[in-house]
Design a protein around this ligand. Structure first.
Ligand SMILES: [Zn+2]
Ligand SMILES: [Zn+2]
Length: 272
């Protein structure tokens, strides 16, 4: 059984109002033994540069206190989800900001996610205005490949194919054309010792798959990957560990025998 949810958000993220205490309560209620808060840091978010940032000083003060207060009930880890960027004009400032952040603060776990591409967030319809479905997805995956190759000091690739959730309903995506870049991403993370996150966030939005899908997880295993984490991406207390039974069934059917949690950046493996 998966007893750790290590990708979740609280009111330190712009897109969540959940009190950290409510999230912890929900994690304890669901029988988890380890729980990690990974609020958003998207330095230079294109639409509004103040979005998706928190004050790390305040974050550590609050979460360190909660970690101590809740230590007899659950093992709280302090993490962050970094929004990585490949656009030429923002790479250097983004890289510098994250390097300094990670040097200064002792995060247990860092998720490297690709949220923005071509100075926009594909969540918004404008991204798709002048791209076919396949082009939009490919451009995103190419950015993700670049990010996995060029950033350091993060432990897993967050929600690898989550762009597929945002493809407009009237666009088709030729999945055969994605295979090469997905393979390149998987080979890169395996070579660099970066894990693969299985994110269950989309399942509760009527999307049929985890991100990445079972097919990608299978390919990761085939290429020799073994470092898997599981996260709900909960932004509400009721979504902590949501659909973990489905993630576990998928992973065990593919032959994975363990999942990882992280403390001070180091993996700990747990049998299903
Ligand atoms: Zn994300
Ligand atoms: Zn997230």
């Amino acid at each position: 059984m998966i007893l750790a949810d290590i990708h979740t958000h609280t009111s330190f993220s712009t897109d969540s109002d959940a009190a950290p205490e409510a999230m912890l309560q929900s994690a304890v209620f669901r029988g988890l033994t380890t729980y990690c808060i990974t609020d958003h840091m998207d330095w230079l978010f294109p639409l509004d540069q103040g979005l998706f940032l928190f004050d790390p000083e305040e974050y550590f003060a609050k979460l360190t206190k909660l970690r101590d207060e809740w230590s007899d009930r659950i093992d709280l880890r302090i993490g962050v989800e970094l929004g990585l960027r490949d656009e030429e004009d923002v790479v250097e400032p983004v890289r510098q900001y994250y390097e300094e952040l990670l040097r200064k603060y002792p995060f247990d776990f860092v998720i490297g996610s690709t949220h923005c591409v071509c100075h926009t967030d594909p969540y918004y319809p404008q991204y798709w205005e002048d791209r076919t479905g396949t082009e939009g997805v490919l451009r995103y995956l190419e950015a993700e490949l670049w990010n996995m190759e060029h950033y350091d000091d993060f432990q897993v690739c967050g929600h690898l194919d989550y762009i597929l959730r945002y493809v407009p309903k009237n666009r088709r995506v030729n999945k055969d054309k994605l295979a090469d870049v997905i393979d390149a991403i998987l080979r890169t993370i395996i070579r660099r010792g970066i894990g693969l996150e299985i994110n269950t966030g989309a399942l509760r939005r009527n999307y049929p798959d985890t991100n990445p899908s079972a097919a990608i997880a299978a390919r990761y295993k085939e290429l020799g990957g073994t470092l898997i984490t599981v996260g709900s991406d909960a932004h509400f207390a009721e979504h902590v560990a949501a659909d973990f039974d489905r993630a576990e069934a998928m992973l065990t059917s593919l032959g994975f025998t363990s999942y990882a949690t992280f403390k001070a950046g180091q993996p700990e493996f747990h049998k299903f």
